[in-house]
Design a protein around this ligand. Structure first.
Ligand SMILES: Cc1ncc(COP(=O)(O)O)c(C=O)c1O
Length: 433
């Protein structure tokens, strides 16, 4: 770490609250594609993508141009005050990519957490019920309702009281909690627990919605087993419970599809989006079946900035660019390369105990002595530091912080991807000697 970076860290310490985490020690002054230049001009390969925001890469030319053009014309009005075409054009595009039943409607937001907040409000108004079910391992953001829904207690310490009427179900996490059962036996056991939940915890007729990630992001890239989802869908249908799928991290090609739910036999009632939707600009969306979206009472949803024209123009250009480069095919392609290398890591390193995910949303889980019950959080933290020194930005995931996840741009070249994976392998070799 050079003098300039040291000075920046000192400045940060004096100005910014310590609680704002340092997920990676890197700095950034410029970026293009899958490369970030730090403030001292060092090149770093980006496997974090600003936490899953840069699926289309840093600064794609059409996005930069759209931002410049829009900024020259009109920066802000507030959609409720003076309607803009950019909002509607983006909504139209989102409906075409994420059709939910016969008719679909869209409200734009500024972030993932705001999408989640609004999805919950809408689900409550649409059903006239209050209860919300979220899962262990879930991460839905840091606003008050989103934080309530978030499971990791370390992210919530001292922030309560939390929102009432939120219930928690166990997310099927076979690797960690399989306890010697076969995967099939474990999933059947979880389905039984799910049924029991409605007998012992809360009755289904009190529940407005279940919110879930089909591939948990912060939770460590655990993937929802289709059989469990089927059982959940059945119970939701029987009890008039809406299904909200949170695609904030998993959307826009990350799993090889526009949304992870496309891997399953499901049409969600509501979908939350953000991150890679905006190519780096702060924008998100709640998308829902029209009859559900229209059940919200006037004045209950909205805000000053949602659908800001510059963000809308950027997002639309970004989505069109993703269509142009065929982001879903890239997601599959990157996924295959990473999956193969991760499987090799699992054979080579005792510490790499699980490889999981969907498409290019892939992670390795690190454990001590090959024991799923002994998460190796320290190794993950050291890997992040050593990789950064060697020119690679990676971040961790998981309740125990012992998973290393890949959220690189999907437009990354094979050469650069392999170079990044080589660095990860080198760091694993050094740290597990
Ligand atoms: C699945 C999921 N939902 C919601 C959020 C919150 O998004 P934001 O940080 O934009 O508020 C995140 C952020 O990581 C996420 O991964």
């Amino acid at each position: 770490m050079g003098d300039k970076i040291k000075k920046l860290y000192e400045k940060r310490e004096s100005l910014v609250p310590n609680a704002l985490g340092v997920f990676n020690p890197s700095t950034a002054s410029k970026a293009k594609g899958s490369i970030i230049w730090d403030v001292e001009g060092r090149e770093l390969i980006d496997f974090a993508g600003g936490i899953g925001v840069m699926n289309s890469g840093h600064n794609p030319e059409p996005v930069v141009k759209a931002i410049q053009k829009q900024a020259e014309n009109l920066i802000h009005t507030c959609f409720n005050v003076s309607m803009t075409e950019e909002y509607l054009d983006l909504a139209d595009k989102l409906v075409s990519l994420f059709p939910l039943g016969r008719e679909t409607k869209v409200m734009l937001t500024n972030s993932g957490a705001e999408s989640v907040e609004n999805a919950i409000k809408i689900a409550r108004m649409a059903t006239g019920k209050q209860g919300i079910i979220a899962f262990t391992g879930a991460f839905h953001g840091r606003t008050m309702m989103a934080m309530t829904l978030t499971s990791k207690t370390k992210y919530k310490t001292g922030c309560g009281p939390f929102a009432p009427e939120v219930y928690r179900l166990e997310y099927p996490y076979y690797f960690r909690y399989g306890n010697g059962l076969s995967e099939k036996e474990y999933i059947n056991q979880q389905i039984q627990k799910l049924k029991d939940f409605f007998l012992y915890q809360v009755s289904g007729d009190q529940i407005a919605a279940v919110i879930l990630e089909l591939v948990q992001g912060e939770g460590g890239f655990t993937v929802m087993p289709p059989k469990y989802l089927k059982a959940l869908q059945k119970l939701c249908k029987e009890n008039g419970i809406l299904i909200i799928v949170d695609e904030v991290q998993s959307g826009f090609g990350r799993t090889g599809k526009w949304a992870s739910y496309e891997h399953y036999d499901i049409t969600p009632d509501i979908v939350t989006l953000a991150k890679s939707m905006g190519g780096g600009m702060p924008i998100g969306a709640v998308i829902g079946k029209a009859e559900i979206m229209d059940a919200a009472y006037a004045g209950t949803i909205g805000g000053t900035y949602p659908g800001n024209p510059v963000c809308c123009a950027a997002s639309l250009a970004n989505i069109e660019y993703m269509e142009f480069v065929n982001i879903n095919a890239l997601g599959e392609y990157i996924g295959e390369i990473v999956q193969n290398r991760f499987e090799y890591f699992k054979e080579k390193f005792e510490a790499v105990t699980d490889v999981r995910g969907l498409g290019a949303m892939l992670a390795i889980e690190l454990s001590i002595q090959n024991d799923p019950a002994k998460p190796d959080t320290e190794l993950a933290a050291n890997l992040i530091k050593v990789c950064e020194q060697k020119g690679l930005i990676i971040i961790s995931a998981g309740t125990f912080g012992n998973c290393i996840r890949i959220l690189s741009p999907l437009t990354i070249s094979e050469k650069l991807l392999n170079k990044g994976l080589d660095i990860l392998e080198e760091a694993l070799t050094e740290l597990t000697k």
